[in-house]
Design a protein around this ligand. Structure first.
Ligand code: NDP
Length: 314
């Protein structure tokens, strides 16, 4: 089956749904393919307090449901399924849905997001949302005046540690080597922050906590010191894992320009990729902000860029 589409949106996080809202209102009749995890990263979080419009915060999955329903109400055609192949070598672009249907799109918005890397240790997923987080900006507020740990030695980990140091009583920065990967400027800021203690050459061996239905929380982490060959159990209330992200771009390799980490390259200040008519929005092209609201904002930009492109304004 072959279907012609004006604006195809691949991916369903805040970027994809917002792109769908704007594209639908601009009469682009958008078709949005939700992908493997409809709603994206926010569906695996709990309370979100920093998404504008919710005075008392709201559960991540509910926010995504609101966005989805809003996009549908505007007329977006939202479908479950996976785009399994794309060909951006000529326009209109051919995208294959679930290995069978051929979608022929005049414009494509890629909003497939990124996923945070995890340590892959036993209790990590059990305490996800209950003391284990991958976003200090999102969850740091819940640890005001408490003791937390940040795992990682890159710019993101140090940025998270500095952010948390302003809120928390104490922050452990746990790094697996004796040298940080982050920029020197960032390192100096961390070294100059009295309530950040760096645990060098350490890996998290275990996350411990209470796992009762109404009282689920992290209480400590067991660190293995590779040099001393010893373990230490350190009380913490929260653990922020910041060991990098993986953009969901395997499908687009060789089709659009990616950076060395696999993120889609966009022209500064726009969502345009190197292929005219193909746009990228949200975490799939953002190594810096990675917030639901910034993803939503770039989703809006992508729909406006697609509209201008289709109307040949530029
Ligand atoms: P990075 O890949 O730069 O750093 C990841 C860190 O996590 C490294 O220190 C790495 O250790 C550590 N790590 C990886 N896997 C594990 C593991 N399994 N267990 C323990 N530690 C692990 O990722 P970031 O997210 O920090 O940054 C991504 C990009 O975004 C970078 O280019 C960065 O410069 C940029 N960025 C820039 C910012 C800014 O300019 N303000 C802010 C945030 C990000 P090791 O060093 O030993 O490999």
């Amino acid at each position: 089956m072959k279907e012609n589409i004006k604006c195809l949106i691949i991916g369903s996080g805040p970027a994809g749904y917002t792109a769908a809202i704007y594209a639908a209102r601009a009469n682009l009749s958008p078709v949005l393919i939700e992908g493997m995890s409809p709603g994206g990263q926010l569906t695996s979080t709990t309370l979100v307090e920093n998404f504008p419009g919710y005075t008392f915060g709201k559960q991540g999955p509910e926010i995504m449901n609101d966005l989805r329903m809003q996009a549908e109400r505007m007329g977006a055609d939202i479908r479950s399924g996976m785009i399994t192949k794309v060909d951006f070598s000529k326009r209109p672009f051919t995208c294959i849905l679930d290995d069978e249907h051929e979608l022929v799109a005049e414009s494509v918005i890629i909003s497939t997001g990124a996923v945070a890397k995890w340590l892959d240790i036993e209790t990590e997923q059990q305490f996800k949302g209950y003391g284990v987080s991958t976003c200090a900006t999102c969850d740091g507020f819940f640890y005001k005046n408490k003791t937390v740990a940040v795992i990682g030695g890159g710019d993101a980990a140090l940025e998270e540690a500095l952010y948390l140091a302003q809120l928390c009583q104490k922050v452990y920065l746990v790094h697996r080597r004796d040298e940080l990967r982050a920029s020197k400027a960032m390192q100096n800021r961390v070294f100059d922050t009295p309530n950040i203690e760096i645990k060098w050459n350490c890996i998290v061996d275990e996350i411990r906590g209470i796992n009762e239905p109404m009282n689920k929380r992290v209480t400590s982490m067991v660190l293995y010191d590779k040099i001393k060959d010893s373990k230490e159990d350190i009380p913490v209330d929260g653990i922020f894992i910041s060991i990098g992200n993986t953009p969901a771009t395997t499908l687009f390799e060789g089709q659009v320009e990616l950076d060395e980490q696999g993120y889609i390259k966009t022209q500064p200040g726009t969502t345009k990729t190197n292929i005219p008519g193909v746009f990228a929005a949200g975490d799939v092209q953002d190594t810096r902000y990675r917030q639901a609201v910034t993803a939503a904002a770039s989703g809006c930009m992508s729909a406006l860029d697609a509209e201008r492109f289709l109307n040949q304004i530029e």
